[in-house]
Design a protein around this ligand. Structure first.
Ligand code: 1CP
Length: 342
């Protein structure tokens, strides 16, 4: 066991197979919590760094070296394939993705063209550079799900209310489905490029799907995410499906075609296991804010998550959302040691 990424604890836990110990990695494990990341990124824009295979390789490896996590996640961003498909956008430090001309009309939607593998050749190149460096450690590829991508394109940037997004969804359902269908095509192509280059698992980030009711999720979003996930079925790698605030969506997110459902910190893992059923593994779900508490609290809560995770078919330990930039990286290293020792 664990001599190849395809037989690693991560992949085995995703499939519900026996594991020697619970695998652990952290969403946003690369990034501003690491001084070595801040150093290498100095003076290089976020999108530019995602397009440079040498930088992607180094940044992806940094948290693996430092924390001894059981998986690497490719350093990129969910808007990288959108920019590669010709949408004028930037990732602004301290804000996030900002779209020059938000997508709101039929003419705007018509501008969203398919992605070709050649548009993101630098991503495939980074994966190829990473595989020999990683050895038996699996590399996770990822993409944004159609709803979360649409929210950035329609709002023009980060949002709290998703008002313009929902206005299109409710007001112009045909246009909405046209846009999400185009985004599903882009996402599927982007993930297939990563799988073809050799990633061992993929994660579909629908970070903001928690803004929806279950009924609206099932009608307006799930068919498009399901097309992405089912389009990867024959790829032979586990599919992780994650969102924040998705307590009422967990069942549907599993049904959409995921092997693993990602759970945020609001839903206990045993309850999530009862909701998604025996056909899916779970990933999660320590509150990233708990890492700012005294170590005794971190340890107690991490043990609770592990214990509750035993109710699932398989458990990949993670945070309930990404590492906050202010996190002490020493706490993350210690947390990995703890998970490995239990
Ligand atoms: O561990 C890693 O290597 C993380 C790589 C990674 C991932 C998985 C980055 C780098 N972005 C993402 C995915 C991503 N991007 C998501 C889904 C994950 C999540 O929910 O956290 C989302 C919603 C985005 C969009 C985005 N990009 C935001 C959020 C804005 C908002 O709406 O609140 C931000 C701040 C970015 C920029 C970004 N992406 C990644 C980094 C390290 C950064 C910070 C910019 C920088 O370092 O200059």
């Amino acid at each position: 066991m664990s001599n190849s990424p395809a037989d690693s604890a991560l992949v085995r836990a995703c499939r519900g197979l026996e594991v020697p110990r619970t695998p652990v990695w952290f969403m946003r494990q690369a990034g501003r919590s690491l001084p070595e990341y801040r150093k290498i990124r100095a003076g290089v824009g976020m999108l530019e760094s995602c397009r440079r295979p040498d930088l992607v390789t180094e940044i992806t490896l940094q948290p693996v070296r430092r924390h001894d996590v059981d998986a690497a996640i490719l350093f990129s961003d969910i808007v990288v394939p959108l920019a590669a498909a010709g949408i004028d956008l930037d990732i602004v430090a301290g804000t996030g993705p900002v779209v020059a001309e938000p997508i709101r009309t039929a003419a705007d939607v018509a501008r969203v063209r398919p992605l070709t593998p050649a548009d993101v050749d630098y991503v495939a190149e980074a994966v190829r550079l990473l595989l020999p460096e990683l050895g038996a450690t699996p590399l996770i590829g990822f993409a944004g799900a159609p709803f979360t991508l649409a929210s950035y394109l329609i709002e023009g940037g980060p949002s709290r209310t998703y008002l313009k997004t929902k206005a299109m969804m409710y007001g112009e359902p045909q246009l909405w489905h046209d846009l999400l269908s185009r985004l599903a095509d882009i996402t599927l192509t982007f993930l297939r490029v990563q799988v073809a280059a050799g990633v061992s698992a993929v994660q579909l980030f629908d970070s903001w799907a928690g803004a929806l009711s279950e009924a609206d999720y099932r009608e307006f979003v799930m068919p498009h995410s399901a097309r992405v996930l089912s389009g990867l079925e024959s790829a032979g790698v586990p599919r992780i499906h994650f969102g924040v605030g998705t307590a009422v969506l967990l069942e549907a997110m599993g049904e959409a075609g995921a092997d693993v459902v990602g759970v945020d910190w609001r839903t206990p893992m045993d309850r999530a296991a009862a909701i998604v059923g025996p056909g899916h593994s779970l990933q999660g779900n320590l509150d990233p804010a708990i890492l700012f508490a005294p170590w005794e609290v971190v340890e107690r809560e991490a043990r609770r998550v592990l214990e509750q995770g035993r109710a699932a078919r398989g458990h990949v330990f993670n945070l309930g959302h990404g590492v906050m930039p202010e996190t002490d990286p020493g706490v993350l290293t210690r947390l990995v040691e703890l998970i490995h020792s239990v």
